[in-house]
Design a protein around this ligand. Structure first.
Ligand SMILES: Nc1ncnc2c1ncn2[C@@H]1O[C@H](COP(=O)(O)OP(=O)(O)OP(=O)(O)O)[C@@H](O)[C@H]1O
Ligand SMILES: [Mg+2]
Length: 468
């Protein structure tokens, strides 16, 4: 395999261990932490982005180079020349491209399967059924008639209607009757989703009413290490599930081991063999049932809080898997540890508001307040109403020696929100804010993007060999 990295040859000449290179695809959200961690281990880092705008959203200083997948960029050829030693997705956007590139390079990668069952929730359900793993009822429907047929055959409510390939709880609706299921279908089918893809129909599923959990895992050669199990509490507002809080589970919980065992079955069925996975599960009676599994790190996670609670963190474990596979393998069967109690509380802003000094001071003063974006909010920050994960004003990690101190502060967060954190915006403030957002949108879409595109077109024309 060709390699264009002169440092490999220099290191080999000097008899040193060659410098290794990680390629991180779409390093957003928690995936931003991957490059610094690889660098700490002496690796070089390159970013690849699957959509051009992502290049402007990543931390460029963490990378020696940023490659963009766009017409004419020959990303695959450049990756071939770069010959990275590991390729990992940094976020859901990058899962398919990372897997394609890793397969191209002959690097450890999940098993390629038709219909993308690690990305597409409809294919995910089919795959579990095919492999005899417990799965909920659900189907991709492309027309109102197909939806009606499914609803009649299923005959129960509520049901869930959502995009098959989106993220961030985008357009997920819990529907209590046929008209609301049809309205939810219309809001999904044929619309552009939060990952920028047009939804092909909509996924309709039975509603799993039990407690939700998720597991975080890292796999090596088809063996899975589940290193965290979390309980997830939701509230429902206007038929939409809203994140309330996540609580790290200890091994004393009766669902702890069944969740780990079920995750193992799910990951194997979905062809996950290498790298991180984030698996969302609900209980149906006493049985765990999959909501979805993402072949990547959990998003929006605070690494210091994970370390304080477990002694390690998901990013460190994932990098271990590539940088020191022998050490990772030796700890494969260690059960997930909980050294301290932790809750990740999602703030919920009820109406357009600004954050107040008193409310933020009160959050900072909570005895178990540990970190997370909620503590970075500034007084006066303008907040839109929380309707999904994207509109959560911030996540606050509470870390304490016992469950009672964390629970007490969780209740205090909700009290602070209700009493003082949000100052509702007046109508004229809302109008001014809407105008400012529109002006920003025009600057980005109408002014900045075209000039960026024009620059690229000009530079491509300049690069093109002259026809003579
Ligand atoms: N069939 C279902 N039964 C019960 N709840 C569901 C179902 N499908 C989705 N939900 C709820 O809606 C949430 C978001 O759905 P889902 O995970 O499928 O969408 P997503 O866009 O990937 O969101 P996120 O990024 O928040 O995980 C789930 O975590 C779960 O709480
Ligand atoms: Mg999900």
């Amino acid at each position: 395999m060709p390699d264009a990295d002169p440092s490999l040859h220099r290191a080999a000449d000097l008899g040193q261990r060659p410098v290794r290179r990680a390629l991180i695809v779409d390093p957003l959200s928690t995936g931003r932490e991957l490059a610094p961690e690889f660098r700490r281990r002496g690796w070089q880092t390159t970013a690849a982005v699957s959509i051009p705008w992502i290049a402007d959203a990543i931390n460029r200083e963490d990378f020696d180079e940023v490659l963009i997948d766009e017409p004419g960029s020959d990303l695959r050829g450049r990756v071939r020349a770069l010959a990275p030693d590991a390729i990992v997705p940094g976020a859901e956007f990058g899962v398919l491209l990372a897997e394609e590139l890793a397969a191209q390079q002959g690097l450890p990668v999940n098993i390629p399967l038709p219909d993308d069952p690690r990305r597409d929730k409809s294919a995910m359900l089919h795959r579990l059924r095919e492999r005899g793993v417990r799965a909920m009822a659900g189907e991709l429907v492309r027309t109102p008639e197909e939806l009606e047929r499914w609803l009649t055959a299923w005959g129960r409510y509520p049901v869930v209607v959502k995009p098959a390939r989106s993220a961030g709880s985008d357009s997920v609706s819990i529907c209590h009757d046929a008209p609301s299921a049809h309205a939810a279908f219309d809001a999904v089918a044929g619309q552009r989703n939060s990952l920028g893809v047009i939804n092909d129909g909509a996924l309709v599923e039975e509603y799993l009413s039990g407690q939700q959990y998720y597991t975080n895992s890292v796999s090596i050669d088809g063996l899975h290490r589940v290193h965290e199990v979390w309980r997830v509490d939701f509230t429902v507002a206007d038929g939409r599930p809203l994140y309330d809080r996540e609580v790290l589970l200890g091994s004393d919980d009766r669902h702890f081991q069944p969740l780990i065992d079920y995750t193992d079955e799910v990951l194997t069925a979905l062809g996950v063999t290498d790298g991180a996975a984030h698996t969302e599960i609900r209980m149906q009676g006493e049985e765990p049932v999959l909501i979805e599994s993402g072949a990547r790190l959990a998003g929006a996670s605070d690494m210091p809080a994970h370390r304080a609670a477990t002694g390690t963190n998901p990013v460190e474990l994932l990098v271990d898997r590539y940088a020191d596979p022998a050490a990772f393998r030796a700890r494969l069967h260690e059960p997930p540890l909980r050294r301290r109690h932790v809750s990740a509380v999602a703030l919920q802003c009820p109406r357009p508001s600004t954050a107040t000094v008193a409310g933020l001071d009160a959050l900072h003063a909570l005895p178990t307040a540990f970190g997370g974006p909620a503590l970075e909010l500034r007084a006066g920050a303008r907040l839109r109403p929380t309707v999904d994960l994207y509109s959560v004003p911030g996540i606050l990690y509470l870390v304490g020696a016992d469950a009672a101190s964390v629970d007490r502060d969780y209740a205090a967060v909700r009290r602070i929100e209700a009493e003082q954190l949000y100052r509702p915006m007046t109508e004229s403030e809302q109008r001014r804010w809407a105008l400012a957002r529109r002006a920003r949108w025009i600057r980005v879409r109408v002014v900045a993007l075209p000039s960026w595109t024009a620059r690229r077109v000009r530079s491509r024309i300049a690069d093109r060999p002259s026809p003579t």
